[in-house]
Design a protein around this ligand. Structure first.
Ligand SMILES: [Zn+2]
Length: 385
């Protein structure tokens, strides 16, 4: 995105525009995406205009209790979670693209033309240093997943998680035990990195990138000497193609949508809420109500917003709290509370002991090697530390 400074009022706006651009770039390759959105728009326009019945009422009541009894009924087998920065804040990870978190202020000595430049692909290719300095500060693996992350893991363990769509790049879903196939990292991930040369695109592991970042060496490709960049989506880059292919299969089959810790401001992610079937209950666990239908959103083709309060509300539930508190309340209603607490305790202890043994190992040997050959959950965790 060739954003000029004067047009960039806030980081959030920049994010929104960048992601909109990302969508429009990708939609040239994914022609069915705008088609689907148009259909959704027409469908919701017709149902509003003609007063058609919105959909079958699935929940006994529009509350967390109603959601819990629906899950317990066994009719709910394809849960999709949509999550954002709010699920990671209790892990100590700031919502770093928002202004006022202090992170941008720390980058003053890099003389950025404007703070958001640090995440813009064109700027990065010329001046990668500020990004890697920030990456060193925010490097995934210095944080533990939250209770909310482990709640999502429990949905997987119970066999009812269809997919988790995350806007986060901190990889905490993976640390909490979700596999690559369980996850769509809509804004990319630190899990892998690639050479930025389109003629090369050589892939690098997280361990390789971590070594470069902490050695304060700008990562360069072994094969062609171009820059190597973690696979997070920068402003001006396309969303991962897997995002667009997966939503087509996942959302029409979703029977419960759980939205957590996201302000639903960033497209195309935000409009996903309208892609589930009309009778699919949607629950928002967040500090504030968000994603509600607006006339403007309808005009833009992002119809089907959340409806908690109108007379016609029939499927959307909001629980205003932190994501951890909301997940604990839902787990309690489901009779999963003790199991969830135990899971968090056990996993955090495993991470702590890995940290401790790693420190010992580092003290004993000057070099370490990362074992990429063992895919088990315990082995996998070592990749993040
Ligand atoms: Zn290369």
């Amino acid at each position: 995105m060739s954003g000029s400074r004067e047009s960039t009022k806030s980081a959030e706006e920049a994010t929104d525009r960048a992601d909109l651009k990302a969508e429009s770039d990708d939609s040239s390759e994914e022609e069915e995406v705008p088609g689907d959105t148009e259909m959704d728009f027409l469908r919701s326009l017709f149902s509003r205009t003609l007063g058609l019945s919105p959909g079958e009422k699935v929940l006994d009541e529009l509350s967390l209790e109603g959601v819990a009894s629906y899950i317990q009924s066994g009719k709910c087998k394809n849960v999709i979670c949509m999550v954002g920065a709010g699920i990671s804040t209790s892990a100590g990870i700031p919502d770093f693209r928002s202004p006022g978190t202090g992170l941008y202020a720390n980058l003053q000595h890099y003389n950025l033309p404007y703070p958001e430049a640090i995440f813009q692909i064109d700027y990065f290719k010329k001046h990668p240093e500020p990004f890697f300095a920030l990456a060193r500060e925010l490097y995934p693996g210095q944080f533990k997943p939250t209770l909310c992350h482990y709640f999502i893991r429990m949905l997987k363990d119970k066999g009812i998680l269809k997919r988790c769509y995350s806007q986060n790049i901190d990889t905490l879903e993976r640390v909490a035990g979700l596999e690559g196939e369980d996850l769509i990292e809509a804004h990319g991930t630190f899990h892998t990195s690639h050479c930025v040369s389109q003629f090369c695109s050589k892939e690098y592991s997280m361990a390789w990138m971590k070594d470069k970042i902490f050695s304060e060496v700008i990562p360069k490709c072994d094969a062609c000497n171009s820059l190597v960049k973690p696979d997070i989506v920068f402003f001006g880059e396309n969303l991962p193609s897997r995002f667009f292919t997966s939503i087509k299969n996942d959302f029409p089959n979703c029977d419960l949508l759980i939205i957590m810790g996201t302000s639903l401001q960033v497209q195309p992610f935000a409009s996903l809420v309208s892609r589930v079937p009309k009778n699919c209950p949607r629950v928002l666990i967040n500090m504030e109500k968000t994603g509600q239908a607006s006339f403007a959103a309808g005009l833009l083709g992002f119809g089907g917003g959340l409806d908690f309060d109108s007379d016609g509300a029939y499927r959307d539930v909001v629980y205003l709290s932190t994501c951890d508190d909301g997940c604990m309340a839902l787990a309690d209603l489901l009779g999963w509370k003790a199991e969830l607490e135990e899971l968090v305790k056990r996993e955090h202890a495993a991470i702590d002991s890995k940290d401790a043994s790693k420190k010992d190992a580092t003290a004993n040997q000057s070099s370490e090697c990362s074992d990429k050959s063992s895919p088990g959950p315990e082995a996998r965790k070592s990749d993040y530390q």
